[in-house]
Every structure is written in structure tokens, then in C-alpha cells.
Design a protein around this ligand. Structure first.
Ligand code: LER
Ligand code: MN
Length: 269
């Protein structure tokens, strides 16, 4: 089983970014607990010392399956659907700036909250037009590098733009690019999907990445989701990528990281 966990390269307000700071010490722990990958949350690639990062990744034999980009929205307010054209342009440029490092690391670029939220006075169709336009530009730039982009359906309490798999798959048809797929997150799916396993089946080969957190956003096993059934359904689609832990660091980050692995190993044959 390919398992990763989120590490954020810069401080963030986002609470479910499991690990941050002390790069060497934290990556050592992640590898020791049994993860073979680390998902990097990167606000701005300019702020990352790639040389140091690559040395430490190599030291602990960790793969980077995906790069999270949501902090560009969370910390800087950049989004694809901001009414201001300069902010939309800056958001597109920021996502495009992730592409060369994603190529180097063979990682998927995540499109989470950088899509934005519906701003006052902006209609939903207008925001969706901006979103499609931005995604077309980013997927086309990523194609030249063989990089894939994964949009994450996010629950209604965080955004009103693409909350579920049906909306995500419609957007995929509209953007119509082979390198554009979905990141499914069990925390959001538990809120938005009629039936989690069926929605996973519906996405099939368009699942480019997968986040796990339990119903309460604790580590898998800390809530009431059936991860045995969820992961079986994911595997039935032919998915061989990473299952990536993105959960609240409760009761503390190390216990959560270890409990995640223990639970998944217990429920997955
Ligand atoms: C990010 O992967 C995520 O799941 C969102 O909740 C971020 O706001
Ligand atoms: Mn997520």
C-alpha cells in the first residue's frame, strides 16, 4: 500500500496540515512510522529550498505523490474566481509555478481552495467561467511537462464551487484534458456524497490522488467511516496511487500519524 501524509513547508492557518517545521526530523518520523510518501503543502515554490528538500527526501526514501497549493488562497487570498483580474492572473501564475517542481518530483498538483469561493456580487456561472478558463490555461501548461492536475471537491462549508463528485466529473468533461482529474477526500465525501463507495466508482480512472481523514477529520479509525469498504472500492477502480493522510493532529500529530497506519493496515487486506 502506498501511504503518504501531509507536511507543510510553510506555517499555515489550515488545521489539517498534519506536519510542519523541522523538515529532517519530521520526515525521519514519517518514514519510520511506515509511510513511503509525503505530500507537500507549498504556498509558493519560491520559498522552498529544493536542494535541501530533495536531499532529505532521498535520505528517507520518501516519494512526493502530490503538491498541495491551497495556502495561496488561505494565506494570500489568490484565487481563480476573484472578481479582480490581477488576482486571478496571479493565482494562475502561482499554480503554473508549481509545474516544474511537480515534474521533478513526479507529483500531481492539487487544485483545492485556490479555485476560490463565490465572492459577493459574482454569479455562479461567472465564477465557473473563470474557473474553467484558469483550469484550461493550467492544464495546458502542465501538459508540456507531463504533469497532472487534480481538483478536489470540497465541502459546502468551505466553498460553493465544486462540492461533490458529480460536479467535479462535469467540470472534467468541460475542461476536456487528459491531465486533469480529481482528488477525492473522504472527509469531504462524507459530507457531500450520497454513498462514498459509489462516488469513488463513478470517478474511476479520473482519481489522480486520494486524501483520508475520518468523519470527524481525525485519523482513519478516529471516527465512523468504513475504510475497509472505501479502500476496496478505490482499488476496484484500478487506483494504485497514494492514500494520503490529511487529518487534524489530534490527540497529537505523532499519535495521529501512527494510528492512521495501524488502522488502515488492520482494515485493508
Ligand atoms: C485540502 O486538501 C482540503 O481538504 C480542504 O479542506 C482545504 O481547505
Ligand atoms: Mn483534502
Amino acid at each position: 500500500m502506498n501511504l503518504s501524509i501531509v507536511y507543510t513547508t510553510q506555517q499555515t492557518k489550515f488545521q489539517a496540515a498534519t506536519y510542519s517545521g523541522e523538515l529532517d526530523a519530521n520526515l525521519a518520523k514519517i518514514a519510520r512510522y511506515g509511510y513511503n510518501g509525503v505530500e507537500l503543502a507549498i504556498r509558493d515554490p519560491k520559498l522552498v529550498d529544493m536542494m535541501e528538500l530533495e536531499i532529505i527526501l532521498h535520505k528517507y526514501n520518501l516519494i512526493v505523490p502530490a503538491i498541495g497549493t491551497g495556502q495561496a488562497w488561505g494565506e494570500e487570498g489568490l484565487s481563480f474566481t476573484d472578481p479582480h483580474p490581477d488576482i486571478r492572473k496571479a493565482a494562475i501564475q502561482r499554480i503554473q509555478s508549481h509545474i516544474p517542481i511537480a515534474e521533478k518530483l513526479h507529483a500531481v498538483v492539487i487544485i483545492g481552495l485556490v479555485r476560490g469561493i463565490l465572492k459577493p456580487g459574482i454569479s455562479h456561472p461567472q465564477a465557473m467561467d473563470w474557473l474553467r478558463e484558469a483550469l484550461q490555461q493550467c492544464t495546458s501548461a502542465a501538459k508540456d511537462y507531463n504533469v497532472r492536475l487534480a481538483l478536489e471537491p470540497i465541502n459546502r462549508y468551505e466553498t460553493s464551487l465544486i462540492n461533490n463528485v458529480t460536479q467535479g466529473m462535469d467540470l472534467i468533461s468541460e475542461v476536456n484534458s487528459d491531465n486533469f482529474g480529481l482528488l477525492l477526500d473522504t472527509f469531504h465525501m462524507n459530507i457531500e456524497e450520497p454513498q462514498i463507495e459509489e462516488s469513488i466508482q463513478k470517478c474511476g480512472k479520473r482519481i489522480f490522488h486520494f486524501h483520508v481523514a475520518d468523519s470527524n477529520r481525525w485519523y482513519p479509525g478516529g471516527g465512523h467511516l468504513d475504510f475497509g469498504a472505501i479502500i476496496t472500492s478505490l482499488r476496484d477502480t484500478g487506483y494504485t496511487g497514494f492514500i494520503s493522510g490529511e487529518f487534524l493532529p489530534y490527540p497529537d500529530v505523532d499519535t495521529a500519524a501512527q494510528n492512521c497506519i495501524l488502522h488502515l493496515q488492520k482494515v485493508i487486506q
